[in-house]
Write a protein that binds this ligand. Structure first.
Ligand code: GLN
Length: 478
């Protein structure tokens, strides 16, 4: 099948009669058959179901009754409920579990005639930065030998990268959509916290979790965001703010001011190629007559500890429901109720998840609660306020998405801190609840993709998307 990089390309071939939805799904199925055994981006392929759906959608197109996403073939991360389909969150503890309803975000895509072709591999319960923590085994980046795809939505990024689908729905708690997008050379978008309902998204850290989009074009990102956003009676934290027509965002035509944090953009952890890519962006912004506001971000050294204290605390509470009684796996070695809980959880969870539950339980325990959890909440507030303040007289913050391009599989095994450092630039927007996008911006000397991150003000997704298109057209490397 010919390569498609946006829904408009698909729709124009369907309109001209050179393509049908069924051909399209068959094309993706053949890409999956070729690439997935090696890349491991999909844990399940819904071939018959997708083909049947393609026939229904084609019929709707023929009779001019098609929804806004007709012709869009998508995959969804293994953290979303999808009625009647397996849901495992990359974990043994949810073995054989099937969803009993569909997540609001996913249902809205289906209602607009999107076709779901498969379920994406991911880090267990979305905890990780390399997609190596999955019961289904690691996902591989489609570019470079033995490189990780990033995480935790690594399967989603690779599915888009290797054209197994047009768009994938990932989730982003601290960078899980943006960082793999950066490693794989695709677009990754995390909206403002509360823009999209979390109903049916398995909770990792509820005050951070966001539904996110991985795509090849800003237009597709905008359209999918528009369809998924908005109030939902099943999620009381979701915003009731009006949903603008993101897909019709006006072309960017103004001068702008961006913030550049010196202590981030010259950070010692930056790989030389990443540093060069970000320098080039600022040089072009400057020469185009726009303003760069340079400063240090004084709280940089607190972002990772704050993020990891709060998310592990929330995770320890959220994951307490996986006890062998209600869902999935139950240990056969149990002798009584107590040992059933213990053995099920010990055998069912992987090492990283266990580590985080223990850490979260510790920071919430009596005696340490104020020193860690309460303190981290206060620091989060400071980080949020200091970041949001900048939007009073600046339009965006620009920084690398991650300090390095994709690293080798199994290379960060021994040092968890090294792995957590990969999140150093993505967690700020997560702590502050701000919308943020990772856009591809060239490659390193080995051809590995590099992403640039743009953070916007709260609920200014429309502005961020317009600006992203401007950057792609005028500033970024392709
Ligand atoms: N890599 C980060 C973590 O491990 C982010 C995960 C995410 O956004 N789900 O927590």
């Amino acid at each position: 099948m010919k390569s498609y990089h946006s829904l408009s390309q698909v729709r124009s071939d369907i309109a001209s009669g050179t393509l049908t939805c069924i051909d399209l799904v068959k094309g993706y199925l053949s890409n999956i058959e070729q690439a997935n055994p090696e890349l491991n981006a999909l844990t399940e392929v819904y071939d018959q179901e997708a083909l049947a759906q393609a026939a229904v959608v084609q019929e709707k197109i023929n009779s001019s009754k098609a929804g806004r996403l007709a012709g869009m073939v998508i995959t969804i991360k293994d953290v979303y409920c999808h009625d009647g389909h397996s849901l495992q969150c990359g974990s043994k503890i949810l073995e054989n579990f099937k969803s009993q309803f569909t997540a609001t975000s996913i249902q809205r895509l289906l209602d607009e005639d999107a076709i779901i072709i498969g379920r994406n591999n991911c880090d267990e319960f979305a905890m990780g930065s390399s997609n190596e923590n999955s019961v289904f085994g690691p996902v591989k980046n489609a570019i470079g030998e033995n490189k990780v795809p990033g995480g935790s939505s690594g399967g989603s990024a690779v599915a888009v990268q290797a054209e197994m689908c047009l768009v994938s729905i990932g989730s982003d708690t601290g960078g899980s959509v943006r960082q793999p997008a950066s490693y794989c050379g695709v677009i990754g978008f995390k909206p403002s916290y509360g823009r999209i309902s979390r109903h049916g998204l398995t909770a990792y850290a509820s005050s951070f979790d966001c539904v996110g989009v991985l795509a090849q074009s800003v237009d597709d990102t905008a359209l999918v965001l528009e369809v998924m956003s908005g109030a939902d009676e099943y999620d009381h934290t979701v915003s009731h703010q009006r949903v603008p027509a993101y897909s019709k965002a006006p072309e960017w035509a103004e001068k702008f001011r961006v913030v550049s944090f010196d202590n981030i953009n010259t950070h010692e952890a930056l790989a030389p190629a990443v540093k060069k890519s970000v320098d080039q962006v600022f040089a072009k912004i400057e020469s185009s007559g726009n303003t760069i506001h340079k400063m240090n971000f004084e709280y940089l050294k607190y972002v990772l500890p704050t993020y990891y204290i709060l998310t592990t605390a929330e995770a320890s509470a959220n994951l307490s429901r996986f006890d062998g009684v209600r869902y999935g796996y139950r240990s056969e070695k149990a002798k009584d109720l107590d040992s059933m809980y213990k053995k099920t959880r010990t055998e069912g969870f992987g090492e990283e998840v266990i580590k985080r539950i223990l850490l979260g339980t510790y920071v919430l325990s009596e005696g340490f609660y104020d020193a860690y959890y309460t303190k981290a909440q206060k620091v989060r507030r400071l980080i949020r306020d200091e970041t949001k303040k900048l939007f009073a007289d600046n339009d965006f913050i620009i920084m690398p998405t991650a300090p390095t391009p994709a690293f080798d599989l199994n290379s960060h095994d021994r040092d968890p801190i090294e792995m957590y450092l990969e999140d150093i630039f993505t967690v700020q927007a997560s702590l502050a609840g701000l919308p943020s996008i990772s856009l591809p911006n060239g490659t390193d000397e080995n051809g590995m993709p590099i992403g640039i991150q743009v953070i916007g003000n709260s609920f200014e997704e429309e502005k961020l998307l317009s600006f992203s298109k401007y950057l792609q057209d005028h500033i970024l490397e392709t």
